[in-house]
Design a protein around this ligand. Sequence first.
Ligand SMILES: [Zn+2]
Length: 233
Amino acid sequence: MRLILLGPPGAGKGVIAKLLSEKLSLPHISTGDILRRAINEETPLGRDAKACVESGGLLSNEIMISLIKERLSATDCERGFILDGFPRTLNQAKALSNMEAASGVAPGIAINLDAPREVLISRLSGRRVCPSCQALYHVENMPPRKEGICDGCGSQIVIREDDQESVVKERLLRYEEEVKSLFEFYKERNLLKEVNSNMEPEKVLKNILKVIDDSYQVQTGDRLNQSGKLYCC
Ligand SMILES: [Zn+2]
């Protein structure tokens, strides 16, 4: 089962990917993690990526695609995976589709997690981070015990530059522009599934499992379990 999580910043992809990964026992593959690991381990690709990041440039499609290709060929991905943060562009989506075709597996299902723009803005601009231990907080949903102070290490928590409201609005606009062709790509192939992420993560998870059940059966003709479902309880 190959799942591709799409969705704007603030849609909760990371949280949902983690829950899905536990539920389905599939690796959660986040581009941020892969990139950090490649850079730390100084693999040839990691060195290219580092040079790119240090020069202030955006990571090229080729480097990102090669990193993903390398990661997806690892043995823990044989049963499938949950992709978070890739593809971001049409070229990346095509590359992924070519990889799937080359290994003769069914194409991954793209799940678009979405929420109203005001919700995304409030989620993102309410985020706080501890500059010392990197713990994450949210002024409404996950406040520290003492206002403004990290529970873990007592440092003063801050807003990341990226989470300032004006920057958040910019990010959302950029995302919407970027993702149009990606949606078209998956829609044409009947692989795009919409899931509302404006609810508790557990409920979002349940809805995703329902969507997977329906699509995956159609794709593979897999036998159902006794409850008549592949994954849902
Ligand atoms: Zn801290």
